[in-house]
Design a protein around this ligand. Structure first.
Ligand SMILES: [Zn+2]
Length: 384
């Protein structure tokens, strides 16, 4: 568990309703799905250098159900003591989101709207980000949690076909009310990413209104926020998956959902001097103008966590107002570095030990990559 004293005390000053609601939410997702914000649907931007790609029509819904290969889960690992929820990463206010699909470089892919409307908290809980290990070793969060109240409408993050609606997504057992995802919806989207199929997943719902096989548009209602499945409070667990609709094929949703206008996303790959990635390292990110400080942990290292095919990141912090930030952490020594977070795009940096930072896009982009997804391991099987 994270120690409260490591959190930024400044967070408490965010007193607006939205911010304080997330400060006190008792929830947590024992699973790890994720969601995405909704939005100004429809606008395909001419500046979008990276465009969603058409994909081959996916298998029918019934086939989807059959093809997901998931080991027989035991529910015991889902029973944990939950950590104390932390403050929202920034204040409770956001500018309107960029229209989707949004991509200012050929490597960015903010293709999805957020799954909760903009008049509600529609950003992830700070301490329940993708890749986090919150409850026990080998239990990794495969999505983001949005702390919406019970009954809040959940909206499709993009157009597509409903390929799961109801109980049993994780266990592949329809009507299994012990499924850790609870009532859930999965959408196979009408567009893909570099020719690969994209899916989004919405879990812990109190009510599902979407129907298997239904085609939905961005922003269409799928159901209501709830606390079904393995969770201690109402929230939406949201996931982005590709190329298969599998627990082992999730990616960080903060790299797939449109940022607020004028805000950006900080992405990093932190390694030691031998190139080995640093995991569960607490990294502090401070806005030098507002002095707001956020803490985010690095992730990775097998299990169900996957890394973006281009960035190969182990740290993502979304929803940062553009500006100058100080990034600091302790690895072998106190380390700090300043970098400019640019609006509407990823600001990428690497750390390679011994105070060696680079800021800028990764070199040698591989345009024809195929994602390397997690391989289920016979022992220490991760759970959603
Ligand atoms: Zn979750």
């Amino acid at each position: 568990m994270m120690r409260q004293d490591q959190r930024d005390s400044k967070e408490s000053r965010h007193g607006d309703k939205a911010g304080s609601s997330s400060d006190t939410l008792p929830l947590q997702c024992v699973l790890t799905l994720m969601l995405i914000p909704l939005v100004l649907a429809g606008c395909s931007q001419s500046i979008a250098l990276s465009s969603p790609t058409p994909v081959i029509a996916g298998p029918a819904a019934t086939e989807i159900e059959a093809q997901v290969e998931i080991p027989t889960p035991t529910l015991a690992p889902f029973r944990f003591d939950l950590p104390t929820p932390a403050a929202a990463p920034v204040s409770g206010w956001r500018p309107p989101l960029y229209p989707v699909p949004w991509a200012m470089s050929s490597y960015d892919h903010f293709y999805f709207a957020r799954p909760i409307a903009a008049d509600q908290v529609n950003w992830p809980l700070a301490d329940y980000r993708y890749g986090g290990i919150f409850f026990a070793p080998n239990i990794v969060h495969t999505g983001v949690d949005i702390p919406a109240p019970e009954g809040t409408p959940i909206q499709a993050a993009g157009p597509g076909t409903v390929v799961w609606a109801g109980w049993g997504l994780f266990t592949e057992a329809p009507d299994n009310k012990d499924d850790p995802y609870g009532l859930a919806v999965a959408i196979r989207h009408d567009f893909g990413f570099k020719g690969q199929q994209l899916y989004t997943v919405y879990a812990h719902m109190s009510k599902v209104s979407a129907v298997l096989g239904q085609h939905v548009e961005t922003g269409e209602p799928l159901g209501l926020v709830g606390s079904t499945g393995e969770t201690t409070g109402p929230h939406l667990h949201f996931e982005v998956r590709f190329p298969d609709n599998s627990f082992y094929n999730t990616y960080n949703p903060e790299l797939w959902t449109a940022p607020p206008q004028g805000w950006g996303v900080l992405v990093g790959r932190l390694m030691d001097s031998e190139g080995k990635t640093l995991q569960q390292l607490e990294v502090f990110v401070r806005n030098e103008e507002t002095k707001d400080q956020f803490m985010v942990k690095t992730y990775g290292g097998g299990g169900a966590v996957n890394h973006d095919p281009y960035y190969d990141e182990n740290l993502v912090l979304g929803d940062l107002p553009a500006g100058l930030y100080k990034v600091s952490f302790r690895f072998e020594q106190d380390v700090q570095y300043w970098m400019e977070v640019l609006p509407g795009q990823v600001t990428y940096f690497t750390y390679e030990g011994e105070n060696r930072f680079t800021v800028g896009p990764p070199q040698a982009p591989e345009l024809d990559f195929l994602p390397v997804t997690a391989t289920p391991s016979p022992t220490g099987t991760p759970r959603p």
